[in-house]
Design a protein around this ligand. Structure first.
Ligand SMILES: [Zn+2]
Length: 92
């Protein structure tokens, strides 16, 4: 199989976190989700999975249907965050 573009090691697919590995793939940390190192060598704090999902959704041109329940989790999280910002007093 020929790839037209690289596939991230970690993908939100059909409501699960799926790990994909193939020869020649860029390494990705399963803890902080950054490229270039593996979990064993990670010194970062854990990343926020839904932020990663949103980045993939916004930048990778992956059909929304592939995200499964992750899309619902993301949308409900964004709704709660928006409602929290409405009721949070201004810092000015
Ligand atoms: Zn890391």
């Amino acid at each position: 199989m020929r790839l037209r573009r690289h596939i991230p090691s970690l993908l939100p697919a059909y409501g699960r976190k799926v790990q994909i590995n193939y020869r020649g793939q860029s390494i990705q940390c399963s803890k902080c989700l950054a490229l270039g190192h593996i979990r064993r060598n990670c010194s970062s704090e854990s990343n926020y999975w839904l932020g990663y999902v949103k980045t993939l959704l916004d930048t990778k041109n992956i059909p929304e249907s592939y995200f499964g329940v992750w899309l619902e989790h993301l949308r409900s999280h964004e709704t709660v965050a928006a409602e929290d910002s409405i009721f949070t007093p201004s810092q000015n």
